[in-house]
Design a protein around this ligand. Sequence first.
Ligand code: NAD
Length: 494
Amino acid sequence: MTDTLTTPSWESAVLRSVPSGFLAHDWQPATDGRTFEVRNPATEEVIATVADCAAPDALRALDAAAAAAGRWALTSPRDRASVLHRLTDAMIEHRERLARLITLEIGKTITEARSEVDYAAAYFRWYAEEAVRPHARSTPSPDGKSHIVTVAEPVGPCLLITPWNVPLAMAARKIAPALAAGCTAVLKPAALTPLSSLALAESAREAGAPPGVLTVITSSDAAAVTLPLLSDPRLRKLSFTGSTPVGRLLLQQSGACVLRTSMELGGNAPFLVFDDADLDLAVREAMVAKMRLGGQSCVAANRFLVQEGIADAFAAALGEQMAAVRVGPPDREDIGLGPLADHRAVDKVRHLVEDAVSRGAVVVAQADIPDGPGHYAAPTVLDHVPADAAIMHEEVFGPVAAINRFSTEDEAMAVANDTEHGLASYLMTSHIDRARRVAARLQAGMVGVNRGLVSEVAAPFGGVKQSGLGREGGPEGLHEYQQLKYLSLPGFHT
Ligand code: NAD
């Protein structure tokens, strides 16, 4: 994929320092003219000023989504697919610029930002292809007296709420299936990262999405813009990606109008390494599972559960790799880890490491970090982390690998499943019987077997327990935006 010399039309608008939001298909200020600043976490400098939307702006966005819903739902699947294909092409064409924008607003390395653009574009391509695949059924009733026909219809206007850690791809994972299904959408990005969503909305407009099909409301006060929408009966679906506590609250609020909901919430992924694992493979995949996005991922390995026979070798080898990670300005090609999102993220990592050490954990390795400015946290490996350390129960969301040793498989399963979360899990073993048995016992929506990466556009991404409801990606992701209508027709034996 290459970048061209053309400048995308979103670029000057997104990065100019004037009040601008993308409301109802055009760049518009908030009704009361308020704005908020977006800062680069590597330099702490202001990089843009965007509209600080409030309730009236949110309702204007829903007005537009509701007005566009009927016509968009009746657009042919092929025409909807064409819009998504053009959007895919635009993202590929402007890959480098989008990647730089992501790096600027969230500080992930430029290499990871390019991967995020590819991942986001792949969702648009996948759902352009899925849009034209019918999954209805037509069958006689068992007694032959009627004929059952099902039709998948769009659920209607949707509210899509996204987090800061994967700002472009999390938006893509919701927008692509929503538009493919024939739904209109109001996107509410995280306040830390509104810029890639604004770029996406402008690209969707250029790709031919009609007015109102996709609007973006940027706000520093999330509840002020989401509550009025959740209590408006024109909205028919909420898709949320974010933390479990906010997800719980939004589920309650979604009860008011009995909304369809999809919830992609927090994780606490165990990474199990058994004595029979291939050590080199285990360490390589551990680095992938831990260090993608610097650990700021819902599927990041949070707890390394390692069997006693391999634990010394695994801790030493992982420590060597983590200590060698080069931390610094994320726009440099030789950098392996940029800053975390903000100072709260750094404080949380520091607190969790100190808590573990105070309970007996040993620091095996720690990388160097720059003095600042920038919100940097050191890649760290902790061994002998006791089960009661806070890091075993909370998402660290940073570059810290906490190793807890076990002796038997039963012991490992008990620790692995001792969490309210159930998103991703990983297991490393050379025995197929153990792999199948342990995968079956893990309470998780996704299991990586000898792999540290589970994200894949064609696969159903999602969790069990308090990690969420529903799935994103794959054919399943489209169904989240469809509701079935059943037609009862006369049968042949009436
Ligand atoms: P967060 O829950 O604080 O915020 C997520 C989004 O919800 C943001 O847009 C925020 O503005 C909005 N929000 C916050 N409070 C709200 C309220 N009261 N009403 C309405 N909206 C509100 O999460 P975050 O810190 O942005 O992201 C990190 C979390 O997201 C982690 O827990 C991570 O595991 C989770 N996550 C999950 C997935 C997944 O697919 N399961 C993917 C990425 C991130």
